[in-house]
Design a binder for this molecule. Structure first.
Ligand SMILES: [Cu+2]
Length: 205
């Protein structure tokens, strides 16, 4: 019995560490102006990540912050409010799947809004009904269009997110090995489920 428990514990550890190895951080710049001359922007305005990944918001220009949008429908159920300090870099980890609206508090009305898409777009309907004002309202359709045109997620990650961990030259092989690792983890997860159910049956006896 003890051996079984130890075995399942070690498999859990393996999965835990593999999952941590796979999580990544993408970067979003907080800018006074983007390359097209658009004032007060997150660049990119929309990023696509997986559950457990993080976004690093870089305070390139001063006077900005990043926070959860805090509007009805602007985040999946269970997401708590969060915000960064003005003029500071901020790393935010996302553990709940779905579309998370973001804003810069001082410049929201001037259109400084965006979104972090975590894994999938299951809350797109509620998100598309978020009520914004001013220039944010004007920019919102473009954000929605970016989310829609890049779903399913796989395609978008290459163009819309910035890999910070992988060196540019060997990016494809890193991608491939990550995919392999993910497959392995999925296999392990199934194995753990199997062990768990056996364990439960044994304990029931
Ligand atoms: Cu701002």
């Amino acid at each position: 019995m003890k051996i079984m428990k130890l075995m399942s514990l070690s498999v859990f550890c393996l999965i835990f560490f593999s999952a941590n190895l796979m999580s990544k951080t993408v970067e979003v710049k907080m800018l006074n102006k983007d390359s097209n001359g658009q004032p007060h922007v997150f660049e990119p305005a929309v990023v696509f990540i997986e559950k457990g990944d993080s976004v690093k918001f870089i305070s390139v220009d001063k006077g900005h912050n990043v926070a959860s949008m805090d509007k009805k429908g602007s985040a999946p159920a269970g997401v708590k409010k969060w915000k960064s300090k003005i003029s500071k870099d901020h790393i935010q980890k996302f553990d709940i799947e779905g579309i998370h609206g973001i804003k810069c508090k001082p410049h929201m009305v001037m259109g400084m809004v965006g979104a972090v898409v975590v894994g999938n777009t299951h809350n797109i309907e509620a998100f598309s009904k978020v009520k914004l004002i001013g220039k944010a309202k004007k920019r919102f359709p473009k954000i929605l269009a970016t989310i829609k045109s890049n779903a399913p997620k796989g395609k978008a990650r290459k163009t819309a997110s910035v890999e910070t961990s992988a060196a540019a030259g060997d990016a494809p092989s890193v991608e491939a090995s990550l995919a392999q690792l993910k497959n392995d983890v999925d296999g392990l997860k199934a194995a753990v489920k199997d062990i768990q159910s056996k364990l439960e049956k044994l304990e029931a006896k």
